[in-house]
Each structure stands twice: as C-alpha cells, then as structure tokens.
Write a protein that binds this ligand. Structure first.
Ligand SMILES: Nc1nc2c(c(=O)[nH]1)N[C@H]1C(S)=C(S)[C@@H](COP(=O)(O)O)O[C@H]1N2
Ligand SMILES: [Mo]
Length: 428
C-alpha cells in the first residue's frame, strides 16, 4: 500500500498510453508530437519544461470533451474521456449529474437524433426481433425510478502494486443517481425469452478509437437472472432530466451492484444469448479476476480468470475533506456513503486510532435495493496532533472492508480498502 491513500486525490497521474495526461506530466517522446494535438506546431518545443501541460491543451479539452461536467472532476484521460470526482464532491445523497464520473472506452456518438433513435432486441434466445423507438419505450411500458449506485470495476486501481495498467482511478469512479426508465425484464418479455437464454449483451452507439465503424470497444452484459431483477433498468433519465451526454444520452442500461461496465451507454441493441456473451471486454482478462488468489505480479492464464459479478462492500467519507483541521475542544462531524453488491450494508464504523478501536456510525436504510446508504458520526480527539479518520462498512452477510488493499489482480479491479482522511487537531 502506498504511503498516504488520501493524497492520491491530488497526486500527479501516470501518463496515458499516449504519454500525455491532463493532470499528469508529459513524457519526453510525447513533447515532440504535441503540435499535432495542439493543432499547430509548438515553436520552441525543445524548451518546454518537462512536467508542464500546455495551457492551450487544458482549455481545449475541458471545453470540448466534458460538456455538462463539473470543472473540478479529475480528468484521468482525454481520449477516451475518463473523469472521477474527488470524494468531498460526492457529499450529496444523490450524486448531481455534473459530478457523476465518466468512463468512456471509445468516442461518444456525435449525431444523436432522439426522434430516430431505436433499440433493437434480438439474439439466439430471443423469440423474435423487435425494434422500439424511444417513444415506444416511454409509452408501451411502465416507468420506474430507483436510486442506484454505479461503480467502475477499476475504482481504486491506483493503489495496486505492482501497478495495473488502465485508468488510475483513485476513489471517485462511483456515484448514486436516481435513474428513471423501464424494467429491462418488461422489454425482454415483450420480445419473448427462450428457455435457452443464459446472458444478455449490449451494444452502444459509441465508436472505436481507431475510427473503424465496424469495431466496438466494449459490449458486455449480465446473466439473464440479473437482467430480470426489478432494479435492472433501461433508463433515459438521471435525477429527473435527460441523461448527460457522457453518461449515455439518450438511453442506457443500469445494473446496480455489478461493475458499471455492465451498464451499457448509448444503448441501441440488446442481444439475448444462449451462452455467456462474448463481446469485446467480456473475454480475455477484461473485468475478470483470478479465480484463485495469486501472488502480486503473477501472470494468470485467461482460463484461470473469472468474470466479476457482485462488487464488494465499500464506503467513502465525503465530509470533511481530507486534510481538515479542527481545534482540540471542537467536535468533528463526519459523513459519507456505504454500498455493496447484493444485500444491504448493516453497519458502518469509524476509527481515529489507526484501527485499534472502532465505534459505530449512524447509518440510514437504503432508499431501495442497490442505493447507497449514508453514515454519520461525531467525534472528539484526546490531544493535539495528526489523526486519520478511517471508515469501515460491513454487509448483512458479515463481509467487511480490508484496511489494506485486497487481493492483487492483474487488471487492478475490486479495491475496496477502507477510506482514510487526514485530520489535524490544533490547540484551542
Ligand atoms: N457503450 C458504452 N457503454 C459503457 C461504456 C462504454 O465505453 N461504452 N463504459 C462502461 C464502463 S467501463 C463503465 S465504468 C460505465 C461508466 O458509466 P458512466 O460513464 O455513466 O459513469 O459505463 C459502461 N458502459
Ligand atoms: Mo468501468
């Protein structure tokens, strides 16, 4: 585990595959090609200090790529766009639209026409093929709203050692919104599901980074039993408004409790499969972990990797922000959210003595299945000094969060280590 987990929030990022990351630094090789990205030659490029980001680049990508998103999201990558919220900006019970993280694998569609948008359901285990317009979906089926937490399977990846390739997510690739749409089950039943059905897979309208129109970057799915749950939605609305462009406008899947990669954005096709769906990022090592524990750094054969299903239990302190300072005689109030993959969170605790003793927090009940829950606690500190507040959640089955990073895995998924914030107590 690295020294100070909470510091990661402001930490410089690893360079992306292009050697360039907005908040990170620029590798030597990348400086020579910067002109291409900036749109014109960078005169005196040789003098440009290693470690700086050209201002022109920063302004460009903010304006162009993150339409509708909060300026303080941490951008991990510009192409495809990947951005997370620092924990203190996730303080709301319902994550505001502009603070909901973005994980794009390709390029979002630019030619969206809601009047002509359709969703097609087909596949070996579909009784027939049907195509619905957005209007059909909104008028033919009963509308439902749920608060559902989505978390990227790679959230927390930046803590793994040896490091795993991919977006170096810290803590904020998670959010809980109110999603409105229709039950996936109702649409699947309208089409007819054969007994042979095993899995559903999605296809979105986003395109491959290569520009190849026939190629998809990602096409994942869930077992038919998960697809049939009450809370498994085809959604067109987030917090009462249209989906934000980066979160799948105009239509997406929403599956709570499973890696958010299952929740297909810009949804245009669902296939009902008679075997485990085999689209891009369903196969090989993507969204899989070793079926048995492995040593850090081990190479694991594809056949020894298992698909991630439920996400592990986790919690996040959203107030105060790490680095907070209070006076000795003051009471500190903390609050945050806790969530898990299947059942509900049953307890949340905090520690101010690096885990030697734990005290219970107040915890709310979930609004519905797969909604995150809210915890709070008040505490005093015995003397002046540096403290960390640690938070830990436990689910109904007694499963809890580890203090240190859990089982290393080649792709750096499922890090549910406890969140820690730094607190300084000063003389009154
Ligand atoms: N069509 C499509 N769906 C997608 C993706 C994508 O790149 N394309 N990314 C997936 C991944 S890996 C995650 S974590 C979630 C992120 O959802 P968000 O960007 O709305 O937070 O969308 C999933 N659905
Ligand atoms: Mo993801």
């Amino acid at each position: 585990m690295k020294q100070n987990r909470s510091k990661n929030i402001q930490r410089k990022r690893e360079p992306s595959s292009k050697g360039l990351s907005r908040r990170g630094f620029i590798s030597k090789g990348a400086v020579s090609t910067l002109g291409l990205v900036l749109g014109s030659e960078m005169v005196f490029a040789n003098n440009f200090p290693k470690g700086l980001i050209p201002v022109g680049l920063i302004e460009n990508d903010n304006a162009d790529d993150l339409i509708g998103k909060h300026k303080d999201l941490i951008i991990l990558n510009d192409r495809p766009v990947n951005a997370e919220a620092p924990p203190h900006l996730l303080d709301d019970n319902i994550t505001p639209r502009d603070l909901f993280f973005v994980r794009n694998n390709g390029v979002p569609p630019s030619d969206i026409n809601v009047d002509t948008w359709t969703l097609t359901i087909e596949g070996e285990s579909a009784e027939t093929t049907k195509t619905y317009t957005l209007e059909d979906l909104k008028t033919k089926f009963k509308e439902h709203s749920y608060q559902i937490t989505l978390e990227c399977g790679g959230n927390g990846r930046s803590e793994y050692n040896p490091p795993a390739k991919g977006n170096q997510w810290s803590l904020g690739a998670v959010g809980c919104a109110t999603w409105t749409g229709i039950r996936l089950r109702d649409v699947l039943e309208d089409v007819g599901v054969k007994d042979s059905a095993v899995y559903i897979g999605y296809y979105g309208k986003d395109t491959h980074l290569s520009g190849d129109a026939d190629k998809k970057t990602i096409s994942r799915g869930v077992p038919i039993s998960k697809a049939m749950e009450d809370e498994s939605l085809i959604a067109w609305s987030m917090n009462g408004e249209d989906l934000p462009m980066h979160n799948g406008y105009p239509l997406r899947l929403v599956f709570g409790g499973w890696p958010a990669s299952c929740s297909g954005k810009w949804l245009e096709k669902i296939v009902i499969r008679d075997k485990v769906h085999d689209g891009p990022k369903m196969i090989g090592q993507s969204y899989r972990v070793p079926c048995e524990t492995v040593a850090p750094g081990a190479k694991v054969a594809d056949e020894d990797m298992c698909i991630i299903e439920e996400m592990p239990i986790k919690s996040l302190i959203t107030y105060p922000r790490t680095g907070a300072s209070i006076k000795l005689n003051q009471t500190l109030s903390i609050r945050g959210h806790a969530w898990c993959g299947s059942s509900a969170v049953s307890t949340t605790e905090y520690s101010i003595d690096f885990g030697a003793t734990w005290k219970k927090c107040t915890l709310t009940k979930p609004a519905n299945r797969h909604a995150w829950q809210h915890f709070s606690a008040k505490m005093k500190f015995p003397k002046v000094g540096y403290y960390e507040v640690w938070a830990r959640a436990t689910d109904e089955a007694g499963r809890s969060q580890p203090m240190i990073v859990p089982g290393w895995n080649p792709k750096g998924y499922l890090n549910n280590a406890c969140h820690r914030i730094a607190v300084r107590v000063t003389a009154s």
